[in-house]
Design a protein. Structure first.
Length: 318
């Protein structure tokens, strides 16, 4: 699908066809739309292949033949939203978003293999003085918005971690620990993507792939600050999650050890009557009071009590 936008008093409005200085948003393109991108806009097949590759890493590239620039960054997106124990669980992954500058027609394109709701939210954002006629500024404001999405998603993950920590304090089971593992996966995706975003912004700044003017330096600094903040938050939340997971894993191991120790003690105690009754059952000569049925029972009970007290004293049974 292809949607065209242009600036109108700081806000974005949709238009029916492309015009100089517009933003073209493309996602889930058909073969016909891919043909239009390749033929009408003269975008190289290499750029299109990279733009619609789910596994493409964040980077910036330039096509000297057409003077076109490709910038790829990763943006968070919601993989699934489940409900467990009455609480909604949101799991995240990252999806590449590609920016292509076409100076000849003064177009700026965003391309994504799947629909990205955050770009729709960005298009509806008001009061941000978005100007599609200045593609460098538009790119930086989009990157700044993506950083805000990272920060929001990180806060969602952190809130879910604390909610499940409270649940784990009440009762621990494997399914809750697996949910914590899903949170850890989301944070790993964010960490990797933020590293790529930081490298891409540095490449844009120092390699002059996208010509940033002095008027846009402050906006670029804001982007770098937001990336640094998101990376720091991601590292902190990852450390917290690892600490929580390790702590409750140790609790599970301690509970298992306690259970095994108790079962071992019970097995030892129950072995005492078996030993006594085996001797009397085999008619061993010289056993005391063998003619009295209650004597071996009494001996077994007394021996069980003695073994129980010994195990209790040695703290095998607590």
């Amino acid at each position: 699908m292809i949607t065209y936008y242009r600036s109108n008093h700081g806000a974005l409005e949709t238009i029916d066809k492309p015009e100089p200085g517009c933003w073209i948003n493309v996602y889930e393109p058909t073969e016909k739309e891919l043909g239009w991108l390749s033929q009408s806009l003269d975008i190289s097949p290499n750029f299109l292949s990279k733009a619609f590759d789910e596994e493409e890493s964040a980077h910036a590239d330039i096509d000297p033949d057409n003077d076109q620039v490709l910038v790829i960054v990763d943006c968070p997106y919601v993989v699934s939203e489940d409900c467990q124990h009455g609480k909604k669980i949101t799991q995240y992954d990252t999806l590449p978003i590609s920016f292509i500058f076409i100076p000849k027609e003064k177009y700026l394109l965003t391309l994504s293999l799947h629909h990205n709701e955050y770009l729709d939210e960005f298009a509806k954002k008001k009061g941000s003085t978005i100007d599609t006629a200045h593609p460098q500024q538009f790119l930086l404001k989009t990157l700044l918005f993506i950083c805000e999405v990272y920060l929001h998603s990180l806060r969602v993950v952190n809130r879910q971690i604390h909610e499940y920590e409270k649940l784990l304090r009440k009762r621990i089971n494997d399914s809750d620990l697996l949910v914590m593992l899903d949170f850890e996966k989301s944070l790993i995706y964010f960490t990797t993507s933020l590293q790529g975003l930081r490298a891409t912004v540095s490449h844009v700044e120092f390699k002059e792939t996208v010509h940033i003017t002095s008027a846009e330096d402050e906006l670029l600094d804001n982007v770098k600050i937001e990336i640094a903040q998101a990376s720091e938050m991601c590292n902190i939340y990852t450390d917290i999650l690892e600490g929580i997971t390790d702590a409750f894993s140790n609790v599970l191991n301690n509970n298992l050890n306690t259970t095994m120790r108790i079962l071992t003690g019970i097995t030892i105690i129950l072995a005492m009557p078996t030993i006594i009754f085996s001797f009397y059952g085999m008619n061993v000569a010289g056993l005391p009071l063998a003619e009295l049925w209650w004597y071996p029972v009494l001996m077994a009970v007394i021996l069980c009590v003695i073994v129980f007290l010994v195990l209790k004293y040695t703290r095998i049974l607590k």
